[in-house]
Design a protein around this ligand. Structure first.
Ligand SMILES: [Ca+2]
Length: 443
């Protein structure tokens, strides 16, 4: 290595060199411009301004809310369009509507005229997201749909006219044949999102098939899926030619990325523990071997424990009370094959569906818990203490979405067939879109 590379980069050395050059320049200037007397400016000490320490902040509701839209039925997703208007869908009717800036609702399209099942079901028209992947930066809309036979993802051209009326055209099926149970349509997952990587992400449930799907990398249900916008498999997915990014999920309906680029998901547990998971490539999140931080003692550990119809013949033993009064048949999960959640809640306090990242906060919208859980992101893969807001004020909450003005819009889900808030407490104006004013606080 040349000796010259060893010249010191000591800051003091550099300061002295630069200082000498500056003084020299001043002196030269003074010398050149002076006649008989020379006034050499007395330089004041250079004070480098000390930047104010930037205190980490996170967004929380101020408490002020405004009802914007009423009379919806089981809305499932709300996304803001580039022009500041919103699209909202309704699970059972398959209606996709536009909410304009005066909060007027206009029907845009129907995804399907066939209900996904005869009786009550959790499937239907679920997640929506869009991307500018057409020539000229035009938009495509992706929609998650449960049909009588499967779960699938539709893709449409999404355009607006000069009056700002949005429309869907050129409907095609991006992915089809994703498992749904033959007996019911529970655990469909159904959230769609475009990640920071520009890929289409899909959160799935186990379709009621437990380990048959969630522990099998060759089944799409029970997974978080990642795909290119044309429906092909990204080359850097965990397994070649496989959409699955992570496995071991029971019913994941929320996905969000924080400012560190970490992906967070909400997961419905069975009876005892709902989860907030840090979603990482190729990981297995434990269902149905574990729930929350606890592993089932005599649980079905492999897909072979469920029958061909996927009905889960190996049912966990009857629950017994633990010391906290909660039913539990579990022991602390310490199996390195499975990834434990970062946070857990009891379903009565949670059952969170959508999740959004808003200026330092993960905001989980919870159904049974009837609240927003606001969890500060205090570092890379580090969360602060969750805080609950609006418990019981609005009933079941399906999703929170960051609005262009910095507020959060939430959608209720009291008409989703689960009996409304506490079975009968639904608001006559349900379902509603409610604007939640936010403020940034430091910790
Ligand atoms: Ca889990």
């Amino acid at each position: 290595m040349p000796q010259s590379k060893k010249v010191s980069k000591d800051p003091l050395f550099e300061f002295l060199i630069v200082g000498a050059l500056v003084v020299g320049s001043v002196f030269a200037f003074a010398t050149n411009s002076a006649s008989t007397e020379i006034d050499i400016p007395i330089s004041k000490p250079v004070v480098t301004p000390t930047p104010e320490p930037v205190l980490p902040s996170y967004a929380v509701p101020t408490g002020k809310t405004t009802t914007l839209v009423t009379g919806l039925r089981a809305p499932w997703e709300l996304v803001f369009l580039p022009d500041g208007q919103a699209l909202i869908d309704e699970r059972d009717s398959g209606t996709i509507s536009q909410i304009d800036k005066d909060f007027k609702v206009r029907k845009v399209a129907f995804t399907s005229t066939t209900p996904p099942c005869v009786k009550f079901c959790e499937g239907g028209t679920l997640g929506m997201t869009y991307a500018a992947d057409r020539p000229g930066g035009k938009l495509s809309l992706f929609v998650f749909l449960t049909t009588l036979n499967d779960n699938r993802i539709l893709k449409y051209d999404l355009d607006s006219d000069v009056a700002g009326n949005w429309s869907l055209a050129n409907k095609r099926v991006l992915i089809k044949g994703i498992d749904r149970s033959a007996l019911s349509t529970t655990h469909n997952g159904g959230r769609l999102a475009i990640g920071p990587d520009g890929k289409l992400w899909v959160s799935m449930g186990d379709a009621g098939l437990r380990g048959t799907t969630s522990q099998n990398w060759n089944r799409l249900a029970g997974s978080v899926l990642r795909m290119n916008l044309d429906g092909s498999v990204p080359s850097d997915n965990p397994k070649p030619g496989n959409y699955a990014w992570a496995k071991g999920l029971r019913d994941t309906q929320g996905m969000a990325w924080d400012n560190y680029g970490n992906m967070w998901t909400t997961e419905f547990g069975q009876d005892t523990w709902d989860e907030l998971n840090l979603m990482q490539k190729g990981k297995n999140y434990g269902w149905p071997i574990a729930e929350g931080l606890y592993k089932f003692v005599d649980a079905p550990a492999t897909p072979s424990n469920t029958d061909n119809k996927g009905n889960g013949t190996a049912t966990p033993p009857a629950p017994k009370s633990d010391t906290n009064g909660w039913t539990s048949v579990r022991e602390l999960m310490n199996d390195s094959r499975y990834t434990a959640p970062v946070l857990t809640w009891h379903p009565i306090d949670a059952a969170c569906s959508g999740i959004a990242f808003v200026r330092g906060s993960l905001i989980s919208a919870c159904l049974r818990g009837g609240k927003l859980w606001v969890t500060p992101v205090i570092g890379d893969k580090k969360l602060g203490e969750p805080q609950a807001f609006f418990t019981g004020n609005f009933g079941r909450i399906r999703k929170a979405t960051l609005a262009p003005d910095g507020s959060v819009w939430i959608i209720t889900s009291n008409k989703d067939g689960r009996g409304g808030w506490s079975k009968g407490g639904e608001n006559p104006k349900d379902d509603r879109v409610i604007r939640v004013e936010m403020k940034d606080v430091t910790y």
